[in-house]
Design a protein around this ligand. Sequence first.
Ligand code: 4NP
Length: 176
Amino acid sequence: MTSSHEGSPFRITTVCLGNICRSPMAEAVIRARVADAGLAAAVLVDSAGTDGWHIGEDADPRALQTLRAAGYDLVHSGRQITTEWFLEPGRPDLLLTMDSSNYATVIGLAPDEAARERVRMMRSFDPALAGLPAGDPRLDVPDPWYGDHDGFGEVLAMLEAAAEGLVADLPLLLDR
Ligand code: 4NP
């Protein structure tokens, strides 16, 4: 799974429903882990929502507060993923969905088998959850939007565990 364009950075796009809670948090966590691994120039990380309700908006204040309290930075403006994202130059090399519903939506947007192969669930990279099939709801990062503030801390812990596994797998992903 090399970059779709020789010589350009490997691009990871995290995807949730609204692109204001989980996927921006995942973006910030992965970017930090990638930088810690010395791969900041080789791997770009961004995020999107499957829905368009929050296009142009900053991340949810609870997500930002949770990130900042844990030492992560994020500058954000909400975006919505479409089929065109799979076709454009610089398209994502790896799309990481937050839950099984996002997974089904993104698989449905992917125009062909090569594009579908780029879609994974974020928590499939958590070594503790290895072996669960793609789209399995046990891999869900639960949507914290309707819950209380604690939900964001739980989301962050899940994302950190998955991001660690992802960065450990990156040399393989970059070489393939
Ligand atoms: P996210 O959470 O998918 O993690 O960004 C949500 C944010 C907003 C809404 C739903 C989920 N919403 O209904 O507006």
